[in-house]
Design a protein around this ligand. Sequence first.
Ligand code: 6PG
Length: 630
Amino acid sequence: KANVFIVMGVSGSGKSTVGQLLADTLEIPFFDGDDFHPERNLKKMSDGLPLDDSDRADWLQELHQLAQAALVQKGAVIACSALKANYRDQLSQSIEDAVDFIFLEGDEELIRKRMEARKNHFMSPALLKSQFDTLEPPEKALNISIELSPQEMVSAIVDALHQKSSIGLIGLGVMGKSLCRNLARHGFQISMFNRHLQDVEEHIAVDFKAAHPELNKAKAFDHLGNFVRSLERPRKIMLMIKAGKPLDQTLDRLVPLLDEGDIIIDGGNSHFKDTHARQKKLASQGIEYIGAGISGGEEGALKGPSIMPGGDIEAYQQVAPFLETIAAKDLNGNACCSYIGPEGSGHFVKTIHNGIEYAEMQLLVEVYFLLRASGKNPDEIAAVLASWQTEGLDSFLLEITIEILRKKEGEAWLIDKILDKAGNKGTGNWSTVAASQLGIPATMIASALFARYISSFKEKRMQLASIFEEEAPVFECNTQDLREGYAIARIVNHCQGFELLAAASHEYNWSLHLAEIARIWTNGCIIRSGLMEMLIPPLKHTESLLLHPEIIEHLKIGRSSLKKVVLSSVAANIASPCFQEALNYLNAMGTSTSAASLIQAQRDYFGAHTYQRHDQVGTFHTKWKNTNHD
Ligand code: 6PG
């Protein structure tokens, strides 16, 4: 297909040399825009006067016609300063798709020196300032640095023109880097971009590429326009940017450079409502937006994460080959990546994944702490946990906990040196808020979140401990009960998590496939476990795991152990919020007659909210006091 390449830039940037060389390389004609200036323009410039818009109007028109004519032949390279956006619009009017601008970019001082060395040219170096004043740097052009030699510049141009990448990634933090390597290892031609921040983030993409042999074919950019231009259309761009403001700032810069049909994948932990809002906004500009939850941390991202993409299904299908190839594989070899549903459902599912993760982590923390209070040291605890790992309680989080407990610094266990204040990035909070808004008692997620919050009040805890703490608490409970109690508490956590997903699915009409979500959580992600495998078949039949016969069997067997764990922890004055919530939940859900009749009565008493009865149908109100308020 014939193309016109307009090599642009201020006078003295080397347009003619590079343009001629490029035309020779591409074997198409070259035209120097300077040769088309009318006599009066040349005279004006020789007199040291800058051209204005009206001087340039006819000249631009002529070059436009030249470009049009070239397109019905083999195409052409045209050197033309094209300093302003509207000049470029005039040049490419009605032939936009066939015109590529190549911007020779350089420092004013360097160009001045080059101009001063140039003999017999009508353009005097004195006019350079006016050229820079007029220049509106192009956003969509291919930017080429004039610090390269002409031959290197042409090679860079040819490379950029001919080899387009099939996918691009923005944001080379820990996760972004691992995903790039994963994509490259699977043979995808990728482009990578990281912003340039003077003295803070410099040459990130180029240095990253140089450090990893598998990236030798990848293209590295710190120029956003060049990155975008390096991608095949419709472009597929993955954003691995911190959720919230930084993401919006990136979108503000990126979106004007995109074209209709391009697809953005937000792979961060964004709030599902933000994702939906971004989707709607971008859809009005013809840009597709996939909100994809990605779990697995640095290693998962490199070797295969679990991916939860949500948004328009047709847009997903276009990026599916990339995401499904780099995702972890389940036991049957299927990708742990599956279309979740419309809107922000992918990010919602990832959020609840993290909520479940919070409670799974907290349960392990409680197990550790209780065992510590029973007199075991970290190595001994690791040995207990390692036996659980082979007794059907295997999980990624258990595995890493064992390794953490065994880690030593010199003679001492590292865990003993780590401050007992846990941070969080917000997804546990979002899960808890969602549970609250959807009316689902995901009490273990909420307790795990609040346990983290409590941990952060270190000073207050120390003050109170000096008043309340008795001698070192001793936890007395056999490890078999602890193991059983832990197993049951985990089941309760998963029951609550999936109830939450089911409720959201109904509320937002997402038609979530819970069994499929469990399947893609069996590998790659942080909450992968044997239990998750076990939950797939029941979830094919029910949204309420708690009512499934197989789950009920487990709960019946383990409930008394859970009770013993809770009783022993209470007796030893040890907080065990997630164990306690698991038991509370089973007790409360497993009771036919709850105490809520009194709540009904209280509400009716002070607010005439009415109540229902066991013995009669309808709504009732009682005048509870004999005195008349009037
Ligand atoms: C994952 C993790 C990951 C991240 C969490 C941590 O699935 O890979 O969940 O997304 O580590 O956001 O969250 P907190 O900082 O809130 O613990």
